[in-house]
Design a protein around this ligand. Structure first.
Ligand SMILES: [Zn+2]
Length: 384
């Protein structure tokens, strides 16, 4: 059987826009759509492009408080937000803009639709490139994220599929997936795993190995912090040591992933040193263990890197072969059009030897601590 893959897309994703000076640029999502189309990856009969609509408020309320939803809605209804900073709104990261609610809720609607397509068997895998807004809290916007589409889609899935349903959330964004972790911190039916640049160096500052969940959920929140300048080889090693055994032991019904690309070495907001090769190494490990897979986009602030990485990722999800090169019609967005531009990174960053050693030791320490603190909750020995 061919893998049935859904790409969730609407030009309305452009409405999630905090203005020209803001680092989160909706164009990266539109360019992903353009690049996938130009590569012919949306043409096969096994691929469908599906248009989302704004999420029901009831779905949004599975994760967010009514008071917060009301605050996010205020600009659309011509009201001013009362005490906006209490809700994380009106900051440099999360300015109050016109249509804030609709722009956010269409992304939530897209992630819920991606989940529904997979739950209903209409797709085996589904990708919402505008999703992945993992920093949004129950009643507070943070880190460019207003509504947490990832947490809503997971909560919606558990509600629809009933007791005993298990979901895993794997977050490979360079920043800690704090909002999603928080939403399920005391639950054991959702295993959240976030790999990220350590909070010592990067927003939001959380995500240490000691955050393992609480109460019933103890052992079901997992954090893999990395040092700056962590490169493909170290990242993939840690992923295989931690995520692969946990995924196999947990046996989830659904795999959710946040596929942020801000671990890329050219990303202007972070300090990681990964390339599309390491990124796709991780995507490959997930693909082999995720028959029912809902993927979201996420961070990524180099607009020449993000569409390439997401095109490669979607091709793998759909079990299609991506072309080697960027089609001519898209080349102008990715460099000099005179010579062919590969879809994968052409270059690997050179990393200072001392930093490479620091990065390796840091990752080894993270892996060791996770084995000691978390593996026992999953019937895994420290040496497994
Ligand atoms: Zn990020």
């Amino acid at each position: 059987m061919m893998t049935q893959a859904a790409f969730v897309y609407t030009p309305r994703f452009n409405d999630y826009d905090f203005g020209p000076g803001h680092p989160l640029k909706p164009i990266r999502v539109a360019r992903t759509h353009e690049l996938l189309r130009a590569c012919g990856l949306l043409e096969p009969a096994s691929v469908s492009v599906v248009k989302p609509s704004v999420a029901d408020e009831g779905a949004v309320a599975l994760v967010h408080t009514r008071e917060y939803i009301d605050a996010v809605r205020a600009p659309s209804e011509g009201r001013s937000v009362r005490r906006p900073l209490e809700f994380g709104l009106g900051t440099i990261d999360n300015p109050i803009v016109e249509g804030l609610y609709e722009g956010s809720a269409i992304i939530v609607g897209a992630s819920v639709l991606a989940a529904d397509l997979v739950i209903d068997g209409k797709a085996d895998v589904a990708f919402n490139p505008a999703g992945g807004l993992h920093h949004a809290h129950r009643a507070r916007a943070a880190g460019f994220c207003v509504l947490n589409d990832c947490a809503v889609a997971i909560a919606h899935t558990l509600k629809r599929c009933g007791d005993g349903t298990k979901a895993v959330y794997v977050d490979i964004d360079a920043h800690h997936g704090d909002g999603v972790q928080e939403a399920f911190y005391d639950r054991r039916d959702v295993l959240t795993i976030s790999l990220h640049e350590s909070g010592r160096y990067l927003f939001p500052g959380t995500g240490s190995v000691s955050e393992i969940g609480e109460g019933e959920g103890k052992g079901f929140s997992v954090n893999v912090p990395f040092s700056p300048y962590t490169h493909d080889e170290i990242y993939l090693w840690a992923f295989r040591e931690v995520v692969v055994p946990l995924l196999e032991a947990f046996e989830p019904d659904f795999v959710f992933t946040q596929l942020g690309v801000d671990t890329h070495h050219t990303d202007p907001l972070t300090h990681m040193s990964c390339t599309t090769r390491g990124y796709m190494g991780v995507v490959e490990e997930i693909a082999q263990r995720a028959p029912r897979w809902i993927a979201f986009g996420g961070g990524g602030y180099d607009v020449t890197a993000v569409p390439r990485a997401w095109t490669l990722a979607f091709a793998r999800m759909a079990q299609l072969e991506a072309p080697q090169r960027i089609p001519d019609s898209q080349a102008e967005h990715y460099g000099k059009a005179e010579k062919p531009i590969p879809l994968h990174d052409a270059e690997t960053p050179v990393i200072d030897e001392d930093w490479a050693r620091v990065a390796r030791e840091f990752a080894e320490e993270s892996v060791k601590e996770i084995r000691e603190r978390v593996f026992e909750f999953h019937g895994l020995g420290e040496g497994d």
